[in-house]
Design a protein around this ligand. Sequence first.
Ligand code: SF4
Length: 549
Amino acid sequence: MDFLPVTKEEIVKKGWKELDIVIITGDAYVDHPAFGTAVIGRVLEEKGYRVGIISMPDWRDPSSVTLLGRPRLFFGVTSGAVDSMLSKYTAFKRFRSNDPYRPGDSKFDRPDRAVITYCNHIKNNFKDVPVILGGIESSMRRIAHFDFWSNRVRRSIIEDARADILVYGMGEPQIVEIAGRISGGEGLMNIPGTIILSKEAPPDAVMLPSEEDSINDIESFLELYRLFFRNQHKVLAQKTAKRYIVHYPPPHTDTGVLDRVFALPFMNLPHPSYRETIPAYEMIKNSIISHRGCFSGCSFCSLSLHQGKRIVSRSSNSIITEIKNLTKNPEFNGHITDIGGPSANMYSFGCAVNYRCNRESCLSPSICPKIRFNTAKWISLLDDAASVKGVKKVSIGSGIRYDLFMKDPDSRPLLKKLVNSFISGQLKIAPEHTSERVLRAMRKQPIFNLREFVRLFKDYTDNAGKKQYLIPYLMSCHPGCEYRDMKDAKKDIQAIFNFIPDQVQAFIPLPMTLSSVIYYTGIDPITNESFPVTKDIAERRKQHNLFFE
Ligand code: SF4
């Protein structure tokens, strides 16, 4: 087992004359299944391709992308684990002071919309080598979208980057199919989970408003997202100046696919060339990903648009094998800090109609009766993990969806078990707000069962003689939220929790999310409801700071 090569010397050491594929990422290279670059590299390696990684290229130097030479097949390009604008600027459009995806949490040094810069450098050096876009920045800018930082609607990033194809979502089946097609000299049409530019729109495509109309006319922009949110399981097409963007529906993923990914030979470490620690790795190094996908469809979140709303869970065998391997690491201290996914307690949940529906959220405006709950299976997984030799403690660091927990028919005994065995001092929950209007805009449920959850948590904690606390996460400045709503939320939260939390995040309209559409237009495109929107930076600060006064 070894790392994927990051220098020419490492390529030579492997006995290779050239690479088939070069992946460029704005992050440090961490060879761990929680990092997309490593996953895509390892998946391609398993298929027999020679893959190398250029991490954190000096974006001011166009020759930085030539470090590993000309790949035989293609370049894969990602900004890294986070959209470059989000990791570079705060909610108030100031520079962030640190970058947890780089060694030493170093001060940010990436270009705006990084994939465009990296792709331009590639095109300037290797004009005829295909370029494949992937990762969250590309995924969440795949059609015309509102860009908070430039305060305007931008066209799909595939056009600005002049790329050959864009992969959205997690990308494993897509990248294997793309590599096979390029290797065989075939075209890149009809690959699920991708976007291409084409001279023609497929005859069966749902036609979205044109790019020009979407950029210049608010009604067209709203119609674009109305159609997009409702028809993601179909082929979509949008006319651009000269061609059509064609959006193929997501690929099918299942437990077998995930288990195979997590069984790949990851080193589970950052590349040894880094002398300083990488905070993002330190945070997850003792945690386990149990599933992908999210039912919630919260308006402000990218996750269900990126990973999909289908919950795909790993088998417990696959998870326990990973834990057994982790215990062999001499630096492992015996504490598994999380077993979860986008929302930990959704592990192994399902849908009675196999997700054949066009609701954007399974939890809003009410919890769908077709959800197949399985919290007991998750708790039993935590039990199995805790009984692995070398594990002293398992806790849920990422937090849970308390509203979903309370809807499970077995919620009380399961919560008691969670409280007694799997909390390390604190449990995070995210009511986000208390105002009905704001929660409606967020696509979250009213907080009617929050009080009951808090009461049960406290009772079980007291009965167990433990000192542990619920930490509520909240959001300011979301569409629908005015200063007085934040004031009321502060009062409500104090009454429910008996303290004022620090965990208040200022809303940032992330590209392509429903909240970004409401922020830009003041209208929810699905319900047509209008919401007040606070855009002025000083007003946003005033609203946000209220919790800290
Ligand atoms: S039927 Fe219900 S549970 Fe299934 S995908 Fe639709 S909203 Fe979600």
